[in-house]
Ligand binder design. Structure first.
Ligand code: CTP
Ligand code: MG
Length: 228
């Protein structure tokens, strides 16, 4: 039977955040930010294993007792997100039919319900797909001076999130055949291989912590959930 494996790239340095340690290790409500991410994935009953990909030079992971079920650590992070994911896939040794759910470590407000919706929607699908959000605002394209150059119809536009869920064989082949340089998510690699991932509606709380200003919102969302 196909297994469900969460693969969490966590080998980035968080340069836009600009803290002393990578953002995935910042303290958030008493735990490293990434603990919340990993705990949510581990709480999804369909998921068999949660594999976190860290840098071989990581200086922070071993300082914390993660104490989570299903957790596996792969110290094979690469120079780009795509490389970290590709290396992680190779280290895991999945069957081609296994489902892999790639999820950013920095999306720490992911909900169990969103992951369950993704899995339920895609389990009969040939290719796989991703959580994404229909663009809610009016979209402007800037000209070179920062004025509005055009208003872009938002009809049909979605913001890609993670998890992005594909059969291991499909994902491994797509990442191997597409150059990693300009690939920012797994779906792009799969699309370039000529396949059509399915868009599954996510939610706005599943944002990626990128800048220091994002922490207050993440803290409030997690605190509200803990208080429920
Ligand atoms: N990531 C990774 N390996 C890399 C680069 C990024 O595993 N070489 C991971 C990050 O740790 C993060 C996810 O990919 O969980 C999304 O990347 P991003 O939000 O861009 O994180 P960073 O690359 O760390 O941040 P920045 O781009 O600001 O440096
Ligand atoms: Mg990055």
């Amino acid at each position: 039977m196909a297994r469900y494996i969460a693969l969490v790239p966590a080998a980035g340095s968080g340069s836009r955040f600009g803290a002393a340690s990578p953002k995935q290790y910042l303290q958030l409500n008493g735990k490293p930010l990434m603990w919340h991410t990993l705990a949510t994935l581990a709480a999804v009953s369909a998921i068999d294993e949660v594999a976190v990909v860290i840098s071989p030079q990581d200086e922070w992971f071993d300082d914390f007792a993660w104490d989570l079920p299903k957790l596996r650590v792969c110290r094979v992070g690469g120079a780009s997100r795509a490389e970290s994911v590709g290396n992680g896939l190779a280290a895991l040794g999945c069957d081609a039919d296994d489902w892999v759910l790639v999820h950013d470590a920095a999306r720490c407000c992911l909900s169990v319900a969103a992951v369950e919706r993704l899995i339920a929607t895609l389990s009969g699908h040939q290719v796989g797909g991703l959580l994404a959000l229909p663009v809610p605002d009016t979209v402007k394209r800037a000209d070179s001076e920062g004025h509005v150059g055009a208003t872009v119809p938002r009809n049909g536009l979605w913001l890609a999130q993670t998890p992005q869920m594909f059969r291991a064989g499909v994902l491994e082949k797509a990442l191997r055949e597409q150059p990693a340089d300009d690939i920012t998510d797994e779906a792009s690699a799969v699309e370039r291989a000529g396949l059509k991932p399915l868009l599954v509606e996510g939610d706005a709380q599943n944002f990626k912590v990128t800048y220091p200003r994002d922490l207050a919102l993440a803290r409030a969302i997690l605190a509200a959930r803990a208080g429920q």
